[in-house]
Ligand binder design. Structure first.
Ligand code: GAL
Length: 559
């Protein structure tokens, strides 16, 4: 009997990690976690799609527009796949009315887009003069949206910094940008704020600072990981707070709008949930992604997260620096940054699994500062983008984490989406995207209904295929396909358009609706397909082994 128990124990610990403390099988289908939940979203829920100026507008030097860092970067050979540029992109500079009709057909109540700073201020400064054509363009877009019953949500900075500010100050590493950003934001509030009630200061500062000033893979292409990366974050946080205060002091009482920031964050699980070091490492990962910006802004104590401050100081001293490479806020700054939000803007796409792993690297580096190693479960379906895996339950856990850690804010999901590769003919039967949206939107519903998370909006990235940064047009995130070889840039709906349209029309998945039946029919196949079900079997074998062990122990005790 003893030997039976030992074998059962061995089998169980091997197959069902969490029971005995080992690698957890995050790829397995867990019916309690993953089952479809029918139901509707709260009344007045905002359904939206998003785009960004450089990714869709084109007209890169039209009518007085100044050069941005993305114009310069994409015109530099070797920076963007195939040498693709945003010179024409989706040509939304000319086709915005057609775009609004696409939104209207979807039944959208909300649309998130960004302003190109250099279309309004060609050299980035008020002193350099305003470009009236740019102002007219955005007035036209905003008016067209409103005339079609769509509420605009405007991002002030979606990565296209004026090249002149990069040349003059070195970009976001310089504190000089705080005032220039505030001037630009104030002008936008003043000019468009009678009609725009939802503002986002910055889109994903994490990406701006790690890719733009760390790896150099994004404009302006600075490679200075672990130094400029943090300086960039520091300036952006101050710039955000300054613009929020300008709105609060001057415009809020008259215009009655809201201003916040959009942060990007994947969800992270510990490799071994029974190992405290891995559990702490998983949280550290979230701190370096989201807490970096969320802790100063969304917590009442403010400042950078303690986990980040401690580890960067330690690393910096060990590397021979006199002080931390993470800059410090003054007490006055901490106080004036804390609370500068009206909602929590969240971009979420994927999930990861991390292990604690101490690094002794001598060079400053944002990644080795974190002391962790990342992986994914092999069963997670992967998109065309190398970093993007479909893990629907990750969004629910992240939403709950935000509720618990950042003062239960109103959360606006400002991006969520799936890429497929460029293909000829283009992929219009976009089942991967359909499955992704089904799973993720349903998990948002669970977060609202079961966890009491205050989610107010869901935004699909993106309305249409567009310039995917350093990947050019090789990765396609659109609900609509765009033919970039045709000068007219025709838009064609993909299958996911009719799905999203039905979700919007039904405000979710009510019992009896066709969309609910369709989701039920596709659910199992979508949740990982054959690979996912293989994983589920493996997990069940683990459970079987566990029940075997319990039986064996019971028999042993009753011998
Ligand atoms: C986000 C970004 C978008 C879009 C998307 C897909 O990080 O805000 O502009 O590119 O990712 O990669």
């Amino acid at each position: 009997m003893m030997s039976v128990t030992i074998v059962a124990l061995f089998v169980t610990s091997f197959l069902s990690g969490p029971v005995c403390g080992a690698e957890y099988d995050y790829g397995a289908y867990d019916p309690a976690r993953d089952a479809f939940r029918p139901g509707q979203f709260p009344d007045g829920f905002f359904w939206s799609t998003a785009t960004a100026s450089y990714q869709i507008e084109g007209g890169w030097n039209a009518s007085g527009k100044g050069e941005s860092i993305w114009d310069r970067f994409s015109h530099t050979p070797g920076k963007v796949q195939r040498g693709d540029t945003g010179d024409v992109a989706c040509d939304s500079y000319n086709k915005y009315q057609e775009d609004v009709q696409l939104m209207k057909n979807l039944g959208l109540r909300f649309y998130r887009f960004s302003l190109s700073w250099t279309r309004i201020f060609p050299d980035g400064t008020v002193a350099g003069g305003v470009n009236q054509d740019g102002v007219d363009y955005y007035n036209n877009v905003i008016n067209e949206l409103i005339a079609n019953g769509i509420t605009p949500m405007v991002t002030l900075y979606h990565w296209d910094l004026p090249q002149a500010l990069q040349d003059r100050y070195g970009g976001w590493v310089s504190g000089e940008l705080v005032q220039h950003f505030d001037d630009y934001a104030t002008f936008a509030f003043q000019t468009f704020g009678d009609r725009v009630k939802y503002w986002i200061t910055f889109n994903e500062p994490w990406v701006v600072c790690t890719a733009g000033y760390g790896s150099g893979g994004h404009a302006p292409g600075i490679q200075d990981s672990g130094n400029s990366t943090y300086l960039c974050g520091h300036t952006i946080i101050k710039s955000h707070a300054s613009a929020w205060h300008s709105y609060d002091q001057t415009f809020r009482s008259v215009q009655g709008g809201q201003v916040s920031i959009t942060l990007s964050c994947g969800w992270t699980e510990p490799f071994d949930p029974d190992l405290p070091a891995d559990v702490i490492a998983a949280d550290r990962d979230l701190q370096f992604q989201m807490g970096w910006f969320a802790h100063p802004i969304y917590t009442s104590q403010g400042d950078y997260p303690p986990a980040m401050k401690d580890i960067i100081l330690q690393k910096s001293l060990a590397q021979g620096f006199q002080e931390s490479r993470l800059p410090q806020f003054t007490a006055a700054e901490i106080a004036s940054i804390s609370g500068t939000y009206d909602f929590f803007g969240l971009n979420h796409y994927s999930s990861g699994i991390v292990k604690d792993k101490v690094s002794t690297g001598q060079d400053p580096n944002f990644w080795t500062d974190q002391d962790l190693e990342s992986t994914v479960a092999p069963e997670w379906p992967q998109a065309a983008s190398s970093w993007l895996y479909s893990v629907p339950w990750g969004i629910r856990r992240l939403l709950r984490y935000i509720k618990q850690n950042y003062n239960d804010p109103e959360i606006y999901i400002t991006e969520n989406g799936w890429s497929e590769e460029e293909a000829d003919p283009p992929i219009l039967e976009d089942t991967g995207r359909l499955c992704f949206y089904m799973g993720y939107i349903n998990e948002v519903l669970k977060a609202i209904d079961l966890d009491g998370v205050n989610v107010r909006a869901y935004t699909a990235w993106s309305l249409m295929d567009n310039f995917e940064w350093a990947e050019g047009y090789t990765e396609r995130f659109g609900l609509h396909s765009v033919d970039f070889t045709d000068p007219n840039r025709p838009r064609t709906p993909k299958q996911s358009v009719s799905f999203y349209k039905d979700v919007i029309a039904n405000n979710g998945f009510p019992e009896g609706a066709d969309v609910t039946t369709m989701v039920r029919n596709m659910w199992e196949e979508c949740r990982g397909g054959p690979a996912g079900w293989a994983a589920a079997t493996r997990a069940n074998v683990g459970l079987l082994a566990l029940s075997f062990l319990v039986t064996a122990m019971y028999n042993f005790l009753n011998m």
